[in-house]
Design a protein around this ligand. Structure first.
Ligand SMILES: [Zn+2]
Length: 133
């Protein structure tokens, strides 16, 4: 019983952490190929340059709350963004939810391996896409 509780508490912590890492990887894959800084300018809409507020930066939840659109200009946000953020959260949380307290190191390593696999696959997929313009 205590193990189940321990597993669920750990997963509840790792889910948002994984989603936050996914959100960061999203920024990396968006900006690095363009030669842009990861830090400046702060997160913004590529269409209207609206600077995202704190409540627009919550992985997955902000997308759902805004119905997948920029709050300022109504430009659709790709569905892949919240999907990859959610998958990143699940990648980190699921191994822990299953066996985390019995095998903490193995769960974390398994979660990180899946997380990196998701982002390497996305990076390769993005690199193969023809450059716009
Ligand atoms: Zn916009």
């Amino acid at each position: 019983m205590l193990d189940i509780l321990c597993n669920l508490l750990g997963a509840a912590f790792l889910l948002p952490l994984g989603m936050a890492l996914g959100s960061f990887f999203e920024v990396v894959l968006d900006r690095v190929p363009r030669g842009e800084s990861l830090l400046w300018p702060p997160s913004h809409c590529r269409t209207c340059n609206h600077r995202l507020t704190v409540d627009e930066l919550v992985p997955v939840i902000s997308y759902l709350a805004q119905h997948g659109r920029c709050r300022a200009c109504d430009t659709p946000i790709g569905r892949g963004v919240p999907i990859r953020e959610a998958l990143s959260g699940l990648a980190l949380a699921l191994p822990w939810a299953l066996v985390g307290c019995a095998h903490p190191l193995g769960s974390l390593v398994a979660g990180l391996v899946v997380l990196l696999a998701i982002w390497i696959a996305q990076g390769v997929r993005q690199a193969r896409r023809p450059a716009a313009g």
